[in-house]
Write a protein that binds this ligand. Structure first.
Ligand code: UDP
Ligand code: MG
Length: 320
């Protein structure tokens, strides 16, 4: 069939962009060879007028559905919430700031209707980021892919189309700490995937919700999510320091018994203690990161709390 699509738009304080996005998106969606479509705006606990703007859109356009998260849960969870309520045979994910130009949806849907299950996008250039940011992002993906068995391609943002068969797989993941694109890479087949190149323009309005600190936290979390190799590496680090201290010990013995130099003790002991202490702290920190994640995940708290479920979402299920 392949004739109904849900578009999931995560929006956090995007009151200045959602109306324009809806305008551009609707222009594209209306012309597609589809029986029906829904536009799910996930308001990720915005403190501006995003929610009001979405409700205004819903008044005018019955395709608009709203999932209103009661507080800010973060982009990854916002996409998850949108996916949970989507009923289309394919789900398209996009940002609300028009950095994911709706015009590419035509090509996505075309590939999908021809039989492709997953249509990714590749960002050739991001007009909104600095060279330094791009360098950090590229380095992060290199490190992540070196450490992880699940390979996550760089420069592929969350702007993508996923067929229902894979959406149903993704819905089975219930971890809190989630990098959506990583989960998809885990489930992704080698064939039946197409990639569309695009250039991301500047944001339509407002500023990025990811500052350097948040991006770095996401990077660390992603490594812990997809790899246990840092734990193995800490064993190697321990072995390396043991080897280095062995050499040092040998040197002290030779100096004492062969060269007959009195060994000056204080500085050597302090350096060794500080060195070994630092290595132990690093290793403990790495173990702590993993234990912390286990601690958070075993609680099995709900991923999010969403408002308006009974109203918009029930209607959405009837409509499509
Ligand atoms: N976003 C969200 N929750 C958040 C942070 C961001 O839903 O806690 C949304 C945001 O409104 C935007 C998308 O996620 O639609 C991507 O965020 P942003 O544009 O700030 O990231 P960037 O494009 O700068 O990486
Ligand atoms: Mg953006």
């Amino acid at each position: 069939m392949r004739d109904s699509v849900s578009v999931v738009i995560s929006a956090y304080n995007e009151g200045e962009s959602v109306t324009e996005l809806h305008k551009e998106l609707s222009k594209v969606m209306k012309d597609l060879p589809l029986k029906n479509y829904e536009l799910i705006f996930v308001d990720d606990g915005s403190s501006d007028d995003t929610h009001k703007k979405c409700r205004d859109l819903q008044e005018k356009d019955s395709h608009v559905k709203i999932v209103h998260l009661k507080r800010n849960f973060g982009h990854e969870i916002a996409m998850t919430a949108g996916m949970d309520y989507a009923v289309g045979e394919a789900v398209i994910f996009m940002d609300a700031d028009l950095q994911h130009p709706p015009v590419y949806i035509k090509e996505m849907v075309k590939y999908w209707q021809e039989g492709t299950d997953i249509v990714l996008t590749k960002r050739l250039e991001n007009k909104a980021t600095s060279k330094f940011y791009d360098f950090c992002a590229a380095s992060f993906y290199k490190i992540l892919n070196l450490l992880s068995d699940t390979k996550i391609p760089a420069k592929t943002p969350d702007f993508r189309l996923i067929d229902r068969s894979y959406i149903d797989v993704l819905k089975k993941f219930n971890e809190h700490d989630r990098l959506f694109r990583g989960l998809l890479s885990w489930a992704m087949p080698n064939d039946k995937v197409k990639v569309i190149d695009f250039v991301a323009p500047e944001r339509f309005a407002g500023t990025s919700k990811y500052n350097f600190r948040k991006s770095l936290a996401l990077a660390f979390n992603s490594i812990v999510q997809f790899s246990t190799k840092p734990l193995r590496l800490s064993i190697y680090l321990g072995l390396l320091t043991a080897f280095v201290s062995g050499l040092l010990g040998l040197y002290v013995i030779i100096e004492h018994f062969v060269l007959r130099h009195p060994t000056p003790g204080y500085a050597t002991i302090m350096t060794t203690v500080v060195f070994i202490g630092s290595v132990q702290l690093i290793v403990l920190g790495i173990i702590g990161e993993y234990i912390g994640k286990i601690h958070m995940e075993v609680k099995k708290r709900p991923l999010y709390i969403a408002d308006y479920e009974s109203k918009e979402v029930k209607n959405a299920k009837k409509d499509i």
